[in-house]
Design a binder for this molecule. Structure first.
Ligand SMILES: C[S@@+](CC[C@H](N)C(=O)[O-])C[C@H]1O[C@@H](n2cnc3c(N)ncnc32)[C@H](O)[C@@H]1O
Length: 217
């Protein structure tokens, strides 16, 4: 819970219709019943909003799971030419492949460790969604740097860690401390690098949004 009454706010928001196409809704429903982590309801709405606002041509997603967020972005992006998405967990790779086959979306699905793949990836992306290993966010940012178009947006999910990011690290269980440290490092990077204007929105589990402009020279 991010702030008091957050659950009431979510119910309130859900009372306004945000309709997914039925096939996409079925993927979400199955993911939830299989306990596959997918972007939360208000994040879905916000990502769809961003797609309509920006209409990126080339999207890079780190963390496919079973393809739900990738297909959601593809569905709401009117100018999409290619969406590249990366996943390394075999059971989800199989399911994502099957899901992508059912949709007529320009998805390039890359199976393997995200850091290894990013190291060797070519091309320029005008929208990046980071949603894989939380402890790797600073590394993903470093690897994504050379892949950014002159003008781009980076979004990163689960920044608030259900509120834990606000706590001093001493108050956390040992196993949560590395993620805490790395997400704080990611925030520090996007907030201090002058190529970005960034903020964190209390959407879902916290979404960091960074607008990027390549500096001349
Ligand atoms: C939160 S889920 C992604 C959810 C998806 N974006 C959605 O909303 O539909 C994170 C995914 O990242 C994958 N992942 C974690 N570490 C990874 C890595 N090093 N390389 C590639 N994928 C990774 C996990 O297996 C998991 O399926």
């Amino acid at each position: 819970m991010i702030f008091e009454d957050y659950d009431r706010f979510q119910d309130f928001l859900r009372s306004y219709p945000f309709k997914l196409p039925d096939e996409l809704y079925q993927i979400k429903k199955k993911a939830l019943s299989d306990h596959v982590p997918v972007i939360r309801d208000d994040t879905q709405r916000f990502m769809a909003f961003l797609m309509k606002l920006i209409s990126p041509e080339r999207i890079l997603e780190i963390g496919t799971a079973v393809g739900f967020s990738a297909l959601l972005m593809a569905n709401f992006d009117d100018d999409l030419k290619e969406l590249v998405t990366i996943e390394d967990y075999e059971p989800r790779i199989r399911e994502a492949r099957a899901n992508f086959r059912r949709f007529d979306a320009p998805v390039t699905f890359l199976a393997g460790d995200a850091a290894d793949i990013l190291e060797n990836l070519d091309g320029k992306f005008d929208f990046v969604f980071i949603d894989a290993a939380k402890g790797q966010y600073p590394e993903y940012l470093r690897l994504v740097g050379p892949l950014l178009a002159d003008k781009a947006v980076i979004t990163a999910d689960n920044i608030l860690q259900d509120g834990r990011i606000l706590e001093p690290k001493e108050a956390l269980e040992r196993r949560d401390r590395t993620i805490h440290k790395r997400i704080r490092a990611y925030l520090s990077d996007i907030m201090t690098d002058e190529s970005f204007v960034s903020t964190v929105l209390p959407v879902g589990d916290g979404l960091a949004v960074s607008a990027y402009r390549r500096k001349n020279g």
